[in-house]
Ligand binder design. Sequence first.
Ligand SMILES: [Zn+2]
Length: 118
Amino acid sequence: MQWVYKSILSQAWGKFFDFLEYKLKRNGNELVKVEPHYTSITCSHCNHISKESRVSQSQFICKNCNKELNADYNASINILKAYLCVGNHRESLLNILTKVESSQRKLRHLWLGSSRPP
Ligand SMILES: [Zn+2]
């Protein structure tokens, strides 16, 4: 019976990615799938892989270089690196980093609650 659930779940993810790809294309973007393995336990600073570096759900401290980051932020950098290794992407690293910086400024603005973005 478990294979039925897996099959349904697999179809749901397939439909999700189809819909996501459709929406991205409609807005001039593209969906790029990257290999997700080890992105949450790899140090984005020195590329050291260790389960012990994932101290908690939200905290990452590299056992090799002691770099300390939010675990999701660290994983997102690894995913970005994997994306940049995939050919056929249209955006340059500078454009991506500009978008990331802009998003971080918007988030800081929301968290701090100031009336104007920094
Ligand atoms: Zn490291």
